[in-house]
Write a protein that binds this ligand. Structure first.
Ligand SMILES: Nc1nc2c(ncn2[C@@H]2O[C@H](COP(=O)(O)OP(=O)(O)OP(=O)(O)O)[C@@H](O)[C@H]2O)c(=O)[nH]1
Ligand SMILES: [Mg+2]
Length: 369
């Protein structure tokens, strides 16, 4: 039996086995086997070549536009960035990844217009796997939906999930330390719904024989497997509804109902018209927020504070991250820093590398001679 058939058989067995306490451990093992076999199949097919997209990461953060053909991704990219992506009223105009740079709050945010994901993957045109690898590497996924095809959202999310992209969730709180002996020891800091047997079954299926396993959340089997596999990408997402210029006022409630039917709060979706360049500022603002970026104004000796071109870092970044991004002498010869603003206890507070910065801090770095 080939890998594909084995995968199919496992999927069928999982689908037909009722889930309850007595089948839980069994289902956990089946799902683990499935995850391992899928991984194997993927490694086999990618070893066979495939050029892949080599879109370099530029700028402070990267956003992938995800959507079916003809929803307006290229139009949007052209409207928001300096890119000049081909726009066509026929499908498959974009067969390669087009990058553009969005300037917002002094940050350079790279936006990638990836080819129609689903049809690209299904037909082999546009190379579905490669497209997905671009999304996996992004810091944010922006779903571009046409106001008239909201149901495409489901397919897009499924496709991303199948390709190990987890949207709008934190990585599972699972940490595994391999040991030389002693079997599997599960140490949960919260009450768990799944049984210890099920957890151990999953771990053994992934070749853990002796290990200490710390679990910090009440997770289900799928999230446990995500935590064990450790190769999932956790990415935030935004939904934008395009072609809003074509929505009749009496059709708007239908659009909102369709959004709700897919678990999207209409107030959270950003309505835009890429063609008429409406709603794009609101979208840029949402992108900024979801990326969790912050501006650090550098106080440069003799030149004062640079409010024009801030150093842009992700929330949670420390002085060390700032030094790393600046590189050179700041990284090699750092002595201490002075910080004023939201993260400082007082103006010009002296801090070390582990000080956590906040949006709109003013930072001065002092280096050794
Ligand atoms: N009315 C209206 N038409 C739009 C809007 N945005 C895009 N279009 C039109 O929709 C068609 C498809 O737009 P594209 O930007 O090429 O779509 P795409 O998502 O890049 O499509 P692919 O490259 O094939 O994946 C074009 O005819 C656009 O002019 C919009 O906001 N309103
Ligand atoms: Mg396009």
């Amino acid at each position: 039996m080939g890998l594909e058939e084995e995968i199919q058989e496992l999927e069928e067995e999982i689908a037909t086995t009722p889930y309850n306490k007595s089948t839980e451990a069994h289902i956990g093992r089946l799902k683990s086997k499935l995850a391992e076999k899928k991984e194997k199949l993927e490694n086999q097919s990618s070893a066979g070549g495939g050029t892949g997209y080599h879109v370099e990461k530029h700028g402070d953060a990267t956003v992938a536009l995800v959507g079916f053909p003809s929803v307006g991704k290229s139009t949007l990219l052209n409207a928001m960035t300096n890119a000049d992506s081909e726009v066509g009223s026929y499908e498959f105009t974009t067969l390669d990844v087009n990058p553009g740079m969005l300037q917002y709050n002094g940050a350079n945010i790279q936006m990638l217009d990836v080819p129609g994901l689903i049809e690209g993957a299904a037909s082999g045109r546009g190379g579905g796997q490669e497209v997905l690898s671009v999304v996996r590497a992004a810091d944010l996924a922006v779903f571009v939906l046409s106001a008239f095809e909201i149901d495409q959202y489901e397919r897009l999310r499924e496709e991303l999930y199948a390709n190990k992209i987890r949207l709008d969730q934190e990585p599972p709180r699972v940490s595994i330390t391999k040991k030389g002996k002693g079997g599997l020891k599960i140490n949960a800091s919260v009450d768990l719904d799944i049984s210890e047997d099920a957890i151990k079954g999953v771990l053994r299926e992934h070749d853990y024989i002796n290990a200490d396993v710390a679990i910090g959340e009440n997770l289900d089997i799928d999230r446990l497997i995500d935590g064990v596999m450790d190769n999932r990408e956790y990415i935030p997402s935004v939904v934008t509804v395009n072609k809003a210029d074509l929505i009749d006022p009496d059709y708007l409630e239908t659009v909102n109902d369709n959004l709700r039917a897919h678990d999207i709060d209409p107030d959270d979706a950003v309505f835009i018209s890429a063609e008429e360049e409406k709603g794009l500022d609101a979208l840029a603002e949402r992108i900024w927020e979801e990326l969790g970026l912050m501006r650090i104004y550098m106080d440069k000796p003799g030149r004062g504070v640079d409010y024009e071109e801030p150093l842009v870092l992700f929330e949670g970044a420390t002085v060390e991250d700032a030094c790393h991004k600046l590189g050179g002498e700041f990284e090699d010869r750092f002595r201490f820093a002075r910080v004023s603003g939201p993260s400082a206890k007082h103006d010009e507070q002296q801090v070390g590398t582990d000080h956590e910065l906040a949006d709109e801090d003013v930072l001065r770095l002092i280096t050794r001679k």
